[in-house]
Every structure is written in C-alpha cells, then in structure tokens.
Design a protein around this ligand. Structure first.
Ligand code: NCD
Length: 291
C-alpha cells in the first residue's frame, strides 16, 4: 500500500508542480481541523486539494471556534463530517485521530497526534528517500528529539518494511520510546542507539534531523538542558559520505547550521515540496478518485 501511494505521487508530480491542470477532485471538500500550529502539513494539504480541483474548508483558529466554548472533539467531528468528504486532524492528544475516526463516517487523516504519530509526513519522507537516495536497505540515522518527535516514531515503523539499518542519535533524556525499540527488534531490524553524531556521520546514507520539541516538555528547565544538544555543521560533514542526504521535517530551530543549506547534502526544502504530490496521492486514493 505504501509503494502504491508513492508510485501514485510520482505520477501526480507534474500536477503538483503546476505543469498540468487537473479536476480529479472537483466537487470534493476537505476539512482541516488543526488544534496545533502547522505550516507545511496544513498548506501542503491545501495545495494538494486545490491543484486537484477540490476545495478546502478550515476550522481556523481554535480560539475563534466553538471549541473555545468547551465543545468536545467528538461533537466537532460529528458536525464536521456533514460538511466535508474527508477531514485532516492535528491535535495535541495522542490517539485523537483514531478516536475521531470512530465518530466520523468520512475518512479522517492523522495530521499529527501529540507526541504520537505523523503518518502522512512518513509517506513524504519515504518518497524523499526513494527520490534522493534509496529506500531498500538504507542506512539511516534518526537524530534529535526521538522521545517526543512524532515524525520519527512513524518513520521507523515504515523503514522497518524496507530492511533499513537504523541508528538512533539523541541525548539519553530524549531516546526513542522503549516500546518502539522493542517493536523494531521484534521485526528483526538492526537498531543502534548512541548520543554521538560524530560516531555515525561517516557511515550513513541518510541523516534525518528533528527539532527538540520544546512544547512537549513538562519542565522548561529540562528543555534548556538539551536545547542545543545536536548541531549539524559543515565541519561535521567533512567526514560524511559524499552521497549523504540530510532531511528534516521542519521547522528547524538551531539543529542544522544554515551554512549546511548550501551543501549538496541538504534536501529538506525539496522534502517539504514532496508533501504536495504525496498528499495529492493520498487524497485521491482516500476519496476514491483513483484506485
Ligand atoms: C513536524 C510535526 O509537526 O511533527 N512538522 C511537520 O509536520 N513538518 C515536526 C516538528 O514540529 O518538529
């Protein structure tokens, strides 16, 4: 199924680039319910829908909606399913999208559930890896906040399907949750854990960097202890393989030095563009416009 989404995205890429016009989703309405900040996920879903001739409705700011009056998520979903053909939900609580899907007769797409998962980001990450490097048997380092970062939680499960060798790089306070590590081991995936990026930089095809998720720390002092624990600099990259690709779901804070943007390793801006064809594929399949 993942391969099918990625192949469909590739076919739709000329439309995503505005080189071809499409009416594939004409008459369809997508509802965006974002209870947390977002730039790329929200706007690439909007762009994807518009490029395919569909329309987008947006809850707008939570403060300006009835949620501010105390409405439950279940009630909001029950109402919104009557307005739209599909819903994208981003919410601070883990499991919220799954819960919402139980109250909705239209498809609910998880646009990020707290520190849980971010599956549509994973599709575009896989697409990026297949375009910029190679998916099968890739040697990949996931670096940064592996505890609270939802993109890496989803990504490592998907990578396990492609026989990846995964190295987890983080300070010990921000390690990948133990249950995910044991799931990966059960799937026979080679997983290493370290706190030293220097140790692994010469040995990987892909370095996937994440932001320290400040908003998820219960104690701000704990955040400040690790806020600058990871820094990718051109000096560090002197020891990298020439073909190394550096990815980041963005937003970037200070974990990648801006000088790295000008090296051939950086592919995070292309990665964010790939969100458009991948979400076009997902919407077309979910809405039954493509098989
Ligand atoms: C990520 C997210 O929201 O989890 N952003 C995104 O969707 N591209 C990463 C992050 O916020 O650090």
């Amino acid at each position: 199924m993942i391969d099918h989404i990625l192949n469909t995205a590739e076919k739709l890429e000329p439309i995503a680039r505005g080189k071809e016009i499409s009416t594939l989703l004409a008459g369809k309405v997508l509802m965006l319910l974002f209870f947390e900040p977002s730039t790329r996920t929200r706007m690439s879903f909007e762009t994807a829908m518009i490029r395919l001739g569909g329309s987008v409705m947006n809850l707008g700011s939570v403060e300006a909606s009835s949620i501010a009056k105390g409405e439950t998520l279940a009630d909001t979903i029950r109402v919104v399913e009557g307005y739209a053909d599909a819903i994208v939900l981003r919410h601070p609580k883990e499991g919220s999208a799954r819960m919402a899907s139980e109250f909705s007769s239209v498809p609910v797409i998880n646009g990020g559930d707290g520190a849980g998962h971010h599956p549509t980001q994973t599709f575009l990450d896989l697409y990026t890896i297949s375009r910029e490097s190679h998916l099968e048997g890739a040697k990949i380092a996931l670096a940064g906040d592996l505890k609270y970062g939802r993109t890496v939680h989803s990504l490592c499960y998907a990578l396990s399907l492609y026989g990846a060798e995964i190295t987890m790089v983080s300070p010990k306070e921000l390690r990948m949750p133990a249950e995910i590590i044991s799931d990966l081991k059960r799937l026979d995936i080679k997983v290493k854990q370290t706190d030293s990026i220097e140790e692994v930089i010469g040995d990987v095809d892909v370095l996937y960097v994440t932001r320290i998720q400040k908003e998820r720390f219960p104690d701000p002092d704990e955040y400040h202890k690790v806020a600058t624990s990871l820094q990718i600099t051109p000096e560090l990259l002197e020891n990298a393989r020439p073909q190394l690709k550096i990815m980041h779901p963005l937003p970037r804070i200070n974990e990648i030095d801006p000088r790295v943007d000008y090296t051939p390793h950086a592919c995070y801006y292309r990665q964010s563009f790939y969100g458009v064809p991948v979400r076009m594929a997902l919407l077309s399949l979910v809405l039954g416009a493509l098989e």
